[in-house]
Design a protein around this ligand. Structure first.
Ligand SMILES: Cc1cc2nc3c(=O)[nH]c(=O)nc-3n(C[C@H](O)[C@H](O)[C@H](O)COP(=O)(O)O)c2cc1C
Length: 327
């Protein structure tokens, strides 16, 4: 579905080349100070236009349609909208005959019986992450004592990101990357055992970001090569602070008061400049497909702020659930 959350509920809508994308947030506490300027920093970090990203640059100016009065949230649903202005749908006409390998063209067509909007990836576009980032801004406001910091730690298999971009440009092929997100100041006790564990909620949201193919917490997949004595995080004091943080700040699905740490595997954009060979409905055979138009060569460059946003959305919801438990 396009909705998520128990108390802090997010619903996202829109298509890449439709009139607008946006979100409706329910469960936002009343009285939260919220100005248009609050969105500027995080929206700017998601914006393309830099090396390795698409040349489709939109103004991304949020319109606060409802749920705000005199600069404060009212407690009613908060509706935030972003108009789409820089659209070139003709770039996508070739994909009506050939579904792009790796993109959602084929699966969306099958699922919706061909009624979906194919322009610019439609509802499956990375543009919808604008709504996630906007929700993240509001979630961060609910959690003022937390610090979120996500970075791209490698791209195209290299830690030297500028070099990776140079090589990708020279090769004329798209590349993936790893985004690491750290959240400091998270209190112990957030998360519900089993189905709404902190890992589960973050992972659920992480896979709502298009092109995410993996997630690990703390030492993640490295932990399979460690002994229990190496992996265990020794507790140093009554606050639960640990010597190491192999658990990534979570035990039993519940935050343990240490920094939350997770990494996302971001795939290379499927719209590579390379010529690919794939099925043509017209000829009934595999034919060459050259994807033109405006695409990210390394979309992972734009994911760090989205990773922070989904972490903030997850933590805000779990923190609001905890407030209802009177523990
Ligand atoms: C910020 C962002 C930008 C993206 N830009 C592109 C792009 O320019 N070209 C492309 O083919 N995919 C792009 N994607 C990825 C596609 O949206 C995604 O691969 C597609 O919807 C299929 O989903 P899946 O990769 O999760 O299977 C982007 C994703 C994000 C998060």
């Amino acid at each position: 579905m396009n909705s998520f959350g128990r108390i802090f509920r997010i619903q996202i809508y829109g298509e890449s080349h439709g009139p607008a994308v946006g979100l409706i947030l329910d469960g936002v506490p009343a009285g939260l100070s919220l100005q248009l300027e609050d969105f500027a920093g995080d929206l700017e970090r998601r914006k393309p236009g830099k090396q390795g990203t698409t040349t489709r640059v939109e103004s991304d100016l949020p319109e606060l349609v409802s749920g705000i009065y005199l600069g404060r949230t009212t407690g009613a649903p908060l509706h935030i909208q972003f108009k789409n202005q820089n659209i070139r749908s003709e770039d996508y006409s070739a994909f009506l005959d050939q579904d792009r390998p790796g993109h959602a063209d084929f699966t969306a067509r099958i699922k919706y019986g061909g009624q979906h909007d194919p322009r610019g990836g439609g509802h499956f576009s990375g543009r919808l992450t604008l709504a996630l980032v906007a929700a993240g801004v509001v979630a961060k406001k609910i959690l003022p004592e937390l610090q979120f910091a996500a970075v791209l730690t490698e791209a195209g298999g290299l830690q030297d990101i500028p070099r990776a971009l140079e090589l990708a440009e020279a090769d004329g092929d798209s590349i993936g990357g790893v985004v690491e997100c750290r959240v400091e100041g998270i209190p112990a006790g957030l998360g519900e055992p089993f189905f709404d564990s902190l890992e589960s909620v973050i992972s659920h949201l992480a896979f709502s970001i298009p092109a995410i193919k993996g997630i690990e917490f703390g030492s993640g997949f490295q932990s399979v090569r460690m002994k229990g004595s190496e992996h265990n995080d020794a507790i140093m004091d009554s606050s639960g602070q640990t010597m190491t943080n192999h658990a990534g700040g979570i035990n039993g699905g519940i935050s343990n008061g240490n920094p939350l740490l997770f990494r996302l595997a971001v795939k290379p954009p499927s719209s590579t400049p390379q010529t690919q060979t794939t099925y043509s409905k017209q000829s009934g055979q595999m034919e060459p497909l050259k994807i033109t138009g405006r695409h990210d060569l390394c979309l992972a460059l734009r994911v760090p702020v989205v990773a922070e946003a989904i972490a903030a959305i997850a933590i805000a919801d779990l923190a609001l659930i905890r407030r209802t438990q009177n523990i």
